[in-house]
Design a protein around this ligand. Structure first.
Ligand SMILES: Cc1cc2nc3c(=O)[nH]c(=O)nc-3n(C[C@H](O)[C@H](O)[C@H](O)COP(=O)(O)OP(=O)(O)OC[C@H]3O[C@@H](n4cnc5c(N)ncnc54)[C@H](O)[C@@H]3O)c2cc1C
Length: 566
C-alpha cells in the first residue's frame, strides 16, 4: 500500500483547528498565503508519494553498510535525497537570505511529517541538517555562517548531531570528548561518539558534524560543554571541500528497524573543529538544535502512524473474515475500534505538533515571551506524545492485520520496528516528561494554566453547538488545572514519579480540545463523529493519569531494587 500524503487534512487543521491564520496575519509570515501554503503542501506531497515512499521498503531490506571505510547507502536513497534537496525541502524554514524558503514552522512541521511518513529512515537525514542550520543561524559566527549555511541549505552538505558517548547518554554532562585550541582559532577534537545518525553517506559532498566537547579548563557537567562544527572534508575559504579531517566512522549499528539510516560509531582523532557560540555554552546552542529536532522527531512518530494507519485501513477494507455488513473485517466492532483509535490519535498528536509550530512562528514573528513560553511548553509534549502515538498506532496496525501483521512482507511490522526508536532518541520520552514537570513548570504553572484558560474558553464557546462534548473537555481541562497547580507546589523529586502520566494527561486534554474544534468546524461530517469518539472514549483516560500524578514518587520509590528482584 503506497503512502499518500494527507494534504487536505493538513489544510483543514491549519485553517480550522490550530490557529495558523494568526501566523499568516503577521508581517514576518505575510507571504505564507493560503495559495502559497497549498502549493507548498501539494508540491511536497508529490515528492513524498512518488519519490520517497518507494524507498521505505528498500531501506529496510538493504540497510546502509560500511564497506572498506566507505558508507554505501540503501538503493535509491541517493536519488531520493536529491529530490529532497533539489525541491528545497531541507531548508524549508531557513533564512531566505541564505537560500532558505523562510516558511513558517507550522508548514515545515507538516512537510517533515509527510517526508517521515513516506520514508522515515531517509527523512532523518534532512531533519538533522535542519536542526544544524537552526543552531548555526542562531549561534555561529558570521564567518562560519557564511561558509556553512549556503551548502547546508542547498542540501549539498548534510549535518549530524554528536552528543552521545558510551558513558554519556541521557546524562550528556558526563561526556569526555576533548577540544584543545590549535592556536589558529580552530580546535583539535578527540573522542568517541556513538549512535550518530547519518554519520556518513555517499550522496552529499560533505558531512558536517556538530560535536559537543570539553575545553581543557572546562568545569564538570553540562556547564563545561562547548559546541564545535567538525566537517568531514575541511572547506577552503570559498567553501570547496578539501583535505579529509581526522575523523572516521568505525562501525554501523545493527538495529531493530530504521535500517536505511546508518547509526554510526564515530572516532575523532584530533579532528579540526570550530567553536559555535561561546566557550562552555555549548548546551545553549545544542538546545536550539535539539528543540528543533524534538518537534521534528514528534513528527516522525506521527508520520509513521499515518503510514501504518493507511496500510491497516487498506487491509481491513479487503480482508474477508466472518460476517459483517461490509463483508470485510472493517465491519467488525473491534476492528472499527482499532482504526478509529488510530485515526483519532493521529489527529490529536498532529494538532499538538502543528500548534507547537504555530507557537514557534508567533514567538519569532511577535517577539512576545508568552508565545516563546508556549512553544517551550508544547515541545516535550509534541515529541513524547507524537512518538508514543507512532508506537501505539503502528502496534495497532500490526493487530489489524492479524497474522499477516507479523509477516514481514505486508510491511505492517516495519512501521512498528522503525518508529520504536523515536521514543528513545532526541531525549527519551521519560526525559521529556521530566523536562515538562521540572523546567516547564518552573514558572509555577503559568504557561500551562494560560493554555488551559484558552482550552476552557474554547470549550465554553462550543457549549451551544456541542454541549456534551464541550462540557467533557471543559471538565477535563479543569481537573488538569487543579493537578497542575498541585504539582507545581511539589518539590522536584516528588514530581518525577508522575511525570510521564502528567505529560500524557496534558496531551489527552489537548487532544480533546483539538477534536472539539475539528468537530465544530465540520458538525455534520467525519471530524464530528471522530471527535465524539475521541472525547467519549479516549479523553477519559486523563483522570486515571491524573491519579497517577497525584500518587507522586513515594509509593514508587518504596518498591526497592530488592523488591524488584524478589
Ligand atoms: C537509532 C539511534 C539513533 C540515534 N541518533 C543519535 C544522534 O544522531 N546523535 C546523538 O548524539 N545520539 C543519538 N542517539 C542516542 C540517543 O539519543 C540515546 O540513546 C538516548 O538519549 C538515551 O541514552 P542511552 O541510550 O544512553 O540510555 P540511558 O541514558 O542509559 O537510559 C536508559 C533508561 O534510563 C532512563 N533514564 C536515564 N537517566 C534518567 C534520569 N535521570 N531520570 C529518569 N530516567 C532516566 C531513560 O529514560 C531510559 O529509559 C541515537 C540512538 C539510537 C538508538
Amino acid at each position: 500500500m503506497p503512502y499518500r500524503s494527507p494534504v487536505s487534512e493538513f489544510r483543514f487543521l491549519l485553517d480550522k483547528v490550530v490557529g495558523f491564520p494568526a501566523v499568516q496575519e503577521t508581517d514576518r509570515y505575510a507571504e505564507a498565503t493560503d495559495e502559497i501554503v497549498s502549493a507548498v503542501l501539494s508540491e511536497a506531497s508529490r515528492m513524498c508519494d512518488e519519490k520517497l515512499s518507494p524507498l521505505q521498503r528498500e531501506g529496510d531490506l538493504h540497510p546502509a553498510v560500511l564497506e572498506n571505510g566507505r558508507m554505501r547507502t540503501s538503493p535509491g536513497f541517493a536519488e531520493g535525497y536529491r529530490a529532497v534537496a533539489e525541491g528545497g525541502w531541507v531548508a524549508i524554514a531557513a533564512d531566505p537570505e541564505q537560500g532558505g524558503m523562510g516558511l513558517p514552522m507550522a508548514v515545515t512541521t507538516a512537510v517533515n511529517e509527510m517526508m517521515a511518513g513516506a520514508c522515515l529512515s531517509l527523512q532523518l537525514n534532512p531533519l538533522m541538517t535542519q536542526g544544524q542550520i537552526d543552531a548555526l543561524e542562531n549561534h555561529a559566527s558570521e564567518e562560519l555562517r557564511a561558509l556553512y549555511l549556503p551548502k547546508l541549505i542547498s542540501g549539498e552538505w548534510s549535518g549530524t548531531m554528536n552528543l552521545t558517548e558510551p558513558q554519556a547518554g541521557s546524562d550528556v554532562g558526563a561526556l569526555t570528548t576533548k577540544a584543545e585550541p590549535n592556536g589558529d582559532g580552530s580546535y583539535a577534537i578527540t573522542g568517541q561518539k556513538i549512535y550518530i545518525s547519518w554519520g556518513d553517506n555517499d550522496f552529499t559532498e560533505n558531512v558536517c558534524h556538530l560535536v559537543l566537547a570539553r575545553l581543557p579548563d572546562a568545569v564538570p557537567g553540562t556547564k563545561g560543554i562547548s559546541l564545535f562544527i567538525v566537517p568531514k572534508l575541511i572547506p577552503d575559504e570559498n567553501g570547496t571541500p578539501g583535505v579529509a579531517n581526522s575523523l572516521k566512522v568505525v562501525g554501523v549499528e545493527h538495529k531493530m528497524g530504521l535500517h536505511g539510516s546508518p547509526t554510526c560509531v564515530m572516532s575523532y582523532e584530533g579532528a579540526t573543529g570550530w567553536l559555535v557560540g561561546e566557550p562552555n555554552d555549548g548546551m545553549r546552542a545544542m538546545f536550539t538544535m535539539m528543540n528543533n529536532a524534538r518537534l521534528g522527531v514528534g513528527g516522525q512518530g506521527i508520520g509513521a502512524a499515518e503510514g501504518a494507519y493507511q496500510h491497516a485501513l487498506a487491509y481491513a477494507m479487503e480482508r474477508k473474515q466472518g460476517k459483517s455488513p461490509e463483508g470485510t473485517i472493517v465491519g467488525h466492532a473491534d476492528v472499527r475500534r482499532m482504526l478509529a483509535t488510530m485515526k483519532a490519535e493521529i489527529l490529536a498528536a498532529r494538532s499538538i505538533a502543528l500548534s507547537c509550530g504555530v507557537a514557534i512562528d508567533m514567538g519569532r514573528a511577535t517577539g512576545e515571551a508568552e508565545w516563546t513560553a508556549r512553544a517551550a511548553f508544547l515541545t516535550p509534549i509534541a515529541k513524547a506524545f507524537g512518538t508514543d502515538t507512532g508506537c501505539a498506532v503502528s502496534d495497532l496496525g500490526v493487530q489489524v492485520h492479524g497474522g499477516m501483521g507479523y509477516i514481514e512482507e505486508t510491511g505492517a511490522a516495519q512501521f512498528f520496528r522503525d518508529v520504536r526508536v523515536t521514543a528513545i532518541y532526541e531525549g527519551t520520552n521519560g526525559i521529556q516528561a521530566m523536562d515538562m514537570v521540572g523546567r516547564k513548570l518552573a514558572d509555577g504553572g503559568e504557561a500551562a494554566c494560560r493554555l488551559l484558560d484558552e482550552i476552557e474558553a474554547s470549550a465554553e464557546a462550543a457549549r451551544g453547538a456541542l454541549p456534551d462534548l464541550a462540557s467533557a473537555v471543559w471538565e477535563a481541562a479543569e481537573s488538569l488545572r487543579e493537578t497542575t497547580e498541585w504539582l507545581a507546589e511539589q518539590p522536584a523529586p516528588a514530581r518525577f514519579g508522575g511525570a510521564v502520566a502528567y505529560l500524557r494527561a496534558f496531551a489527552r486534554v489537548l487532544g480533546g480540545h483539538f477534536h472539539l474544534r475539528a468537530a465544530l468546524a465540520e458538525p455534520e461530517g467525519a471530524h464530528a463523529r471522530l471527535g465524539r469518539f475521541y472525547i467519549e472514549s479516549l479523553l477519559p483516560e486523563h483522570s486515571g493519569l491524573l491519579a497517577q500524578v497525584r500518587a507522586g514518587s513515594d509509593p514508587l520509590m518504596a518498591i526497592s531494587p530488592d523488591d524488584l528482584a524478589a
